[in-house]
Design a binder for this molecule. Sequence first.
Ligand code: ASP
Ligand code: MG
Length: 411
Amino acid sequence: MPPTAPLIVQKYGGTSVGSIERIQAVAERVKRTHDAGNHVVVVVSAMSGETDRLLALARAIQPRPSPRELDVLLATGEQVTIALLAMALESLGCPARSYTGGQVQVRTDSAHNKARIRDIDGARVRADLDAGRVVVVAGFQGIDEHGNITTLGRGGSDTSAVAMAAALAANECQIYTDVDGVYTTDPRIEPRARKLDRITFEEMLEMASLGSKVLQIRAVEFAGKYQVPLRVLSSFVEGAGTLISFEEENVEDAKIAGIAFAKDEAKLTILRVPDQPGIAHKILGPIAAANVEVDMIVQNIAADEKTTDFTFTVHRNDFAKAMEILRETAGSLGAQEVLGDEQIVKLSLVGVGMRSHAGIASRMFEALAKEGINIRMISTSEIKISVVVDERYLELGVRALHAAFGLETAA
Ligand code: ASP
Ligand code: MG
């Protein structure tokens, strides 16, 4: 194949390679792409359930497995898949070679179980491609400067694929998964959710970080940084999927990309703290020192003008820890009381069109008001408006916003 042929990186997740039949179906798709005149690099995950199975084995020996040895173990999941896929390709008459992350020099730092990719030496992959072969690479893994096997964190093979695409300057990185694209919201909550043909990187980052777990967020960040055109599509049904792109085309009609939500939030309030310089630092300093990430923050002026109420949200897993710290802080500051609420969710409206369109926030609040949904907190950024509401309003809130912004019909 000429070196100038387009280069496509395709990534297949665990369910897409979950059985021998599925692996054979993937091989057929890869072969079709190759036969159409493209260079193809395939990045695969472990067969579905395999990484969990390996983790359970490790934990049966060590409750907290040695991070280095865990990486040696977990990396085997992907090694099984690459070999099987290369065999399936060969048996279809499509020349292929499989490689582990270490073999193709996916170089990472030494942070076992959550390593970050530093660079990839594309030379070896290039040589195979130029010889007309499909290259199958194990996702999720790399090698550090001392030759230790590393892994990138759960869901990390998305990032492997994007990094590979960046290193090889691929024309497109296609992420095959079990959904056919990125939706305006979770279809399990709003059945009228619509698949988006395209979304910008910024919007995708907000959607991904807010709970639309289609793509690992680091993969999206990576693709944005290295300008890798990214497409999410299904390995089960045909279709063009969703293109994640740089341009903000048709901003005029596409004001809102979608509605994301986060169910695992919790809210803490400290009442009647002295309204003085340094108070936010005194409250949040100990929280940060305990490695608890704070999301939204609201500070109010209390009626007496001497004290204020201060509210913030954290991940629900950190709620107990944060409450304990806040109670101590309240004691030392002479605050009146500490309140906590775990029954909250965050709903977010996301869209680059917000930059150029006024009145989106008021439309959002009106839609929630019509349903009698009380907004407990609000925060905004350039392309996002988030509200905290009671957990029981999750479904109603998502559906009300979906309808209010006409997301069920194509823009
Ligand atoms: N096999 C790894 C996991 O299950 C990596 C991946 O699938 O992306 O998290
Ligand atoms: Mg995955």
